[in-house]
Design a protein around this ligand. Structure first.
Ligand code: UN1
Length: 508
């Protein structure tokens, strides 16, 4: 467990220096400031050094996106699609390198990093298909010799602000449809994963993307994200991240009447009924709660278990979770990597304290792993709380780490009530063999996604992704909603009668 397949670089100068990409040119921050991205499994290893961008960099990036827009929007959609498909092929060729970079930069285990890259490749293929669809609508006019249709048009320059937990997949959910629709982009990735973002932007340019169509600005939210949100030339913002920042983005952008698409937190329940296939439910809960160290918006952070199977489920889950091999995600046998950074580690541990104080029973974990071989990384033990009630903060608030809670319930109705009793509504799941219950759950669970006999994680890109309540503001990404997100509708009337025809009046 102590050896890493990649030797740690010394904390000094060996790490590569990266640049912003503005109007197709590499550029350092105007201020010259930089920051480092570090490997969360070994914080002595610097993955790269990046521009610490500020308002001046953002202004230049937006100017580049504004300038590139008139040309890019005139490129036929099938040609824009070809380029996205080419980018997808390059991602396929480089899948392993991208995955290894991702594991080094944000810690998830290699197999999951491969999945993350694959999600981006899938998105490229799916969105490329839209190049020859990009459908509008036609409908009849109420008047003779008059034609009516709805076409889709790009916004112009859009801002894309992404989190660190899916450093390739989430940018592709947003950037591919934005570009396909003819928008230009300023992309501000999370400060924890700028190397993955830079690798992706480089691939886009290798695939032939014209200068200025996709601009990369690395840095921090307050310094680079905020001026981007505030820039009045940006008409649409797509943001995935915390609820707190999301509200700020919505408030600031909303004042300028921008379209704001938010994808925020979750507190996703798995309901396990007495009649469930228990082995399957256990496998699902383990993967849903501890996959990506619980750092998914979709993580199974609440396990709502009917009393008939509670004891067996609890004992078995604790046993399986305690056997999880935690370590550097580049090592083949490791099942759970570190969490992303010190701040997250502290936050997760703080919630353990809160849970204990609230009277929940700590069944497993609840501690920072800081003895060798974990002492140079941000490792947290898989953590399970039992006897958790709906009013506890650990049952209400998003922890975003390898912590899950077991909540006993007596009936299906109670399970649904508990499941719905949080402010979020992203993903949800039920394990049951009863088809009637399964459908009742589909109907009544308050979430944008419901799984039957599968955990809350694992969305596929060709279905809409997003949630209700405090998870978002009514938008869905990917799937059939992807293009809708990034387009304005224009209604078009063509009167070929040669005379004035007044709607609502000359209708006979
Ligand atoms: C996220 O955590 O923000 O459904 C995205 C899943 C992944 C995407 C998660 N395909 O778990």
């Amino acid at each position: 467990m102590t050896t890493t397949t990649e030797p740690a670089e010394p904390a000094t100068s060996a790490a590569p220096t990266y640049h912003n990409v503005i109007a197709g040119e590499r550029a350092p921050a105007v201020s010259g400031a930089t920051f480092s991205s570090r490997n969360p499994a070994n914080h002595e290893e610097i993955v790269g050094v990046f521009p610490r961008s500020g308002p001046a960099d953002v202004t230049r990036a937006v100017a580049a996106a504004v300038e590139a827009f008139p040309r890019w929007r005139r490129v036929p959609a099938p040609a824009r699609a070809d380029l996205i498909l080419r980018a997808g092929s390059i991602m396929q060729e480089r899948k392993e390198d991208l995955a290894r970079l991702m594991t080094r930069e944000m810690g998830k285990v290699l197999e999951e990093s491969r999945g993350d890259v694959q999600e981006g490749i899938d998105m490229a293929k799916y969105i490329a298909g839209e190049g020859r669809r990009f459908f509008g609508e036609t409908m009849p006019s109420e008047l003779r010799d008059k034609f009516a249709m709805v076409i889709r048009q790009p916004f112009g320059p859009v801002a894309i602000i992404t989190p660190w937990n899916f450093p390739i997949a989430i940018p592709t959910w947003k950037i591919f449809p934005a570009l396909l629709a003819g928008n230009t982009v300023v992309f501000k990735p999370a400060e924890d994963t700028p190397a993955c973002a830079a690798a992706f932007v480089e691939i886009m340019h290798e695939a032939g993307l014209p200068s200025g169509v996709l601009n990369l600005v690395t840095g921090f939210g307050e310094e680079a994200g905020e001026p981007l949100v505030e820039d009045e030339r940006i008409r649409m913002i797509s943001f995935t991240g915390s609820g707190e920042v999301g509200r700020e983005v919505a408030a600031r952008g909303g004042r300028q009447l921008k379209k704001i698409s938010l994808e925020l937190g979750g507190k996703n329940p798995i309901i396990v009924m007495d009649d469930a296939d228990l082995g399957l439910a256990l496998e699902g809960a383990l993967w849903g709660a501890f996959g990506t160290s619980g750092q998914r918006c979709t993580a199974s952070s609440r396990l709502i278990v009917q009393r008939g199977v509670l004891d067996e489920f609890t004992a078995e889950l604790v046993k399986r979770a305690s056997a999880l091999r935690v370590g550097n995600g580049l090592e083949a046998e490791v099942q759970m990597g570190p969490v992303v950074n010190q701040t997250q580690l502290e936050r997760i541990h703080r919630y353990t304290g809160i849970g204990i104080e609230e009277g929940a029973t700590l069944l497993l974990g609840g501690r920072v792993l800081d003895d060798a071989p974990y002492d140079r990384g941000y490792f947290y033990a898989p953590t399970i709380f039992g006897h958790v009630t709906a009013d506890m903060r650990i049952a209400q608030e998003e922890i975003f780490g390898p912590t899950t809670v077991i909540m006993p319930v007596a009936t299906f109705e109670e399970a649904v009530e508990v499941a719905n009793g949080v402010k979020y509504g992203l993903s949800s799941a039920i394990y049951t063999r009863d088809i009637n219950r399964a459908f009742a759950a589909i109907e009544t669970l308050e979430a944008g996604i419901t799984y039957v006999n599968a955990p809350t994680i694992g969305a596929e890109i060709h279905l809409p992704f997003g949630g209700i309540k405090a998870t978002g503001n009514g938008h869905r990404e990917a799937g059939t909603s992807a293009i809708r997100e990034f387009t304005e509708l224009k209604s078009v009337y063509i009167d070929y009668s040669g005379r004035l025809q007044r709607a609502q009046i000359d209708t006979e």
